[in-house]
Design a binder for this molecule. Structure first.
Ligand code: SAM
Ligand code: SF4
Ligand code: SF4
Length: 359
């Protein structure tokens, strides 16, 4: 099936919307297809070995599509495939084709580190993937190796180059901006983005999980990013109309746009419409949530579609999560770092790691 091919499957014909305790609708789903990764970014997976999710627990693509259909019945229309590194999951285009049979889905996006992208890009395009986001934290090969513990910078570049060639537009490049590490590259990254018609988005370093030794002094806040960029480019104008998007967008005087995802210093929980499902079917209603719901077991036990929808509806209607805002409140009383999860606890429950729940 090619891009935009008609949709024929399986899901109920009417979509209802459900809102949580704070009135936030359920609109977007991040589907983690694997917890494994071929990099070891210091801010995400600093250890070499992890307690991986047991293989028999990983959802099949059919199970993912079925679970997704319950979410789309309740209002989700955007799906982002993530991981771990999603391209490590064999034959991802097949999952995309399955998901596109669901007529409620208007957008499927992929977040990848880019290493395996050049090889797979054509098949992903033909399967109907709509958007690609590539994570790129530095343009210096040696710095890349130091950050990721792998010598893969050249392959990431090939991945970036392949996206436009395959026919995609709207490439995004996501950079975790870390004070004292890559804060001297913001301008080079914007210029690099211009070259590939890509919008660069700078992400503030987040304190999810705990193995990554996050500390407040490594966070490059939104205001500092704008100061660095403003000094070089001059006036920076905010672009209105953010909606529920995590990124605040800005425009430089030459028309170039960029984004900042400032969840550490300027949380945007009030509009958050995102759910996350891990590769083994745990559902989290917040990136910071420590408790999730197992959807795999009921699914494998043969729960009816109606009961599963009711379960998810109930879960969303009870949602009060505002993880980033809660962390910010802790900061005011000097307790933010105390909430980082210790390595032993992370080993007991690997779902608590950023790489398991998909960033
Ligand atoms: N492996 C893929 C990638 O790197 O694009 C997808 C999964 S990764 C967990 C998704 C996003 O989360 C990446 O853009 C990554 O930079 C971001 N991320 C991971 N840990 C982070 C942290 N501590 N703070 C901010 N962003 C983080
Ligand atoms: Fe880096 Fe993404 Fe892998 Fe995390 S999951 S280590 S951010 S490439
Ligand atoms: Fe949404 Fe949780 Fe992130 Fe806030 S911290 S924006 S509620 S996922």
């Amino acid at each position: 099936m090619g891009r935009g091919a008609p949709v024929t499957m399986t899901v109920s014909s009417h979509q209802s919307t459900v809102t949580d305790v704070l009135g936030r609708p359920l609109r977007s789903l991040r589907l983690s297809v694997t917890d494994r990764c071929n990099l070891r970014c210091a801010y995400c997976m600093p250890e070499e070995e992890y307690v991986w999710l047991p293989r028999e627990n990983l959802l099949s693509f059919e199970e993912m599509a079925t679970l997704t259909s319950y979410f789309t019945d309740l209002g989700v229309d955007k799906v982002r495939l993530t991981g771990g590194e999603p391209l490590l999951r064999r034959d991802l285009p097949r999952l995309i084709r399955l998901l596109l049979q669901n007529r409620h889905i208007t957008e499927i996006a992929l977040t990848t580190n880019g290493i395996l992208l050049a090889d797979q890009i054509q098949a992903l395009y033909e399967a109907g993937l709509h958007r690609v986001t590539i994570s790129l934290d530095t343009l210096r090969p040696e710095r890349f190796r130091q950050l990721t513990r792998r010598d893969e910078y050249a392959r990431v570049l090939e991945g970036i180059e392949s996206v436009g060639r395959a026919g995609f537009t709207g490439l995004k490049l996501d950079t975790v901006a870390i004070k004292g590490f890559n804060d001297d590259e913001l301008i080079s990254l914007i210029e690099f983005g211009k070259h590939y018609q890509a919008e660069v988005r700078f992400i503030e370093y987040m304190d999810v999980g705990g193995a990554n030794n996050w500390s407040a002094d490594k966070v490059l806040p939104l205001e500092s990013m704008l100061a660095i960029l403003g000094k070089h480019y001059g006036a920076i104008e905010p672009i209105p109309g953010r909606g529920a998007a995590p990124a605040q967008r800005f425009r430089l005087s030459d028309g170039t746009s960029f984004g900042v995802i400032a969840s550490t210093t300027t949380p945007f929980c009030a509009a958050c419409d995102r759910s996350r499902v891990t590769a083994d079917g745990m559902w989290y209603r917040c990136l910071y949530a420590t408790v999730g719901n197992d959807l795999r077991q009921p699914l494998r036990d043969g729960i009816s579609a109606e009961d599963m929808r009711a379960y998810i509806r109930q879960g969303w209607e009870g949602r009060r999560d505002r993880g980033a805002e809660d962390r910010k409140a802790l900061e005011r009383v000097g307790m933010r770092e105390a909430r980082l999860i210790g390595i032993e606890k992370l080993r007991e429950d690997p779902h608590l790691e950023m790489h398991a729940r998909g960033g």
